[in-house]
Design a protein around this ligand. Sequence first.
Ligand SMILES: O=C(O)C1=C[C@@H](OP(=O)(O)O)[C@@H](O)[C@H](O)C1
Ligand SMILES: C=C(OP(=O)(O)O)C(=O)O
Length: 427
Amino acid sequence: MPAEPRPWLAPTASTQVTTTVRLPGSKSMTARALILSALAGGPSVIERPLRARDTELMAAGLRALGVAVDTSDDERWPVGPGPLHGPARVDVGLAGTIMRFLPPAAALADGVVEFDGDPHARNRPLRPIIEALRALGVSIDASPTGGLPLTVHGSGLVEGGETVINASASSQFVSGLLLSAPRFTKGLVLRHEGPPVPSAPHLRMTTHMLRAAGALVDESVPDVWAVEPGPLHGRSWVIEPDLSGAAPFFAAAMVTGGAVTLAGWPAASWQPVERLTELLTALGGDVSQGPDGLTVRGTGALHGLTADLSEVSELTPVLAALAALADGPSELRGVEHIRGHETDRIAALVAELAKAGAEVTEFRDGLRIEPRPLRATTFETYADHRMAHAAAVIGLAVPGIELTDVACTSKTLPEFPELWAGLVARS
Ligand SMILES: O=C(O)C1=C[C@@H](OP(=O)(O)O)[C@@H](O)[C@H](O)C1
Ligand SMILES: C=C(OP(=O)(O)O)C(=O)O
């Protein structure tokens, strides 16, 4: 069950926010490390994982399938793979990573595995991955809408081979299939046909991590991924701090003209730090990397931004919040698929930014924001952690932004309200 809604008045910053934050590991890397460790031939350890609803539900789902996942220590999760089996029930919560990454692994189990999640999880797109799994020899019952609830009838093996998918609604369809593909009898050759696949950096994270676990992956042909059948190795995964989770904290530096350093940022990253740097720089920030971590400085200027966000679409809510506080108009496009995220994020942003006083135009694939003097309002969060982040960013500059629910941030960062309050208190 999702956490009980908790209304929350966003704190307003009276001075610059200048601080160093330590944030937990990347949701996306933790999810991949859990799946790859569960499918490996020997034990693994996940260092500095993200402990949040999405990753705890993933660990619980794998445990239900017979994998030993020990999450008792915050810093180190040992994973002991075992034969995957049903019967099992998996609660996906509202996590795209679970509903798309776990069914292909469940297809390798011997027995029946049932999946369901939060009410809105049933609206999130799933049909393309279900159809691809069926084409690869897996027996699945899905709801008539093509999504959750679904039942995978695992036979202990997946034939695999070649298939076609339209992954324009989510890169996670591709990632989910690739992560389990080394364990398919014939491996996998997956070809995407349709409008572009979003979130390319997440696909690169998938192929990097597969190779790091010993898989042979060929992605030399655009929109085609080939994974050889073969063993995955157990290993130690060191999870980087979550860059998307850091975005609202960086935004706090931009809004207040301060500086926020993300501690523990690695010299080389598997997350799209270059793209985030370009975007924050265009908005007027200054981004640098040094021994202390990754630092974003506000320069006092906050400019409008015209950008295609398809590669980093999960940043849209926080960037839209910055755009609403900028000195000129912004157009954020290329993200039609975020209508299928935790909520219809385009519609949600249009509605809530307009309530706060911005002039907003809705497009099928994004929004245009004309900044206006903003006012106090009740900001609906739609059970979406990143809508809560966006509201908190606006609240730094606009007194009286009341979130209908801040508990939804537990999806990826349960300590968000306390960390955020500490940030403003220290400023
Ligand atoms: O693979 C992943 O870990 C993710 C891929 C992206 O999904 P979409 O391609 O559906 O946007 C991203 O938005 C999501 O937050 C995490
Ligand atoms: C889209 C997101 O999540 P999910 O992994 O549930 O798709 C997100 O975290 O912004």
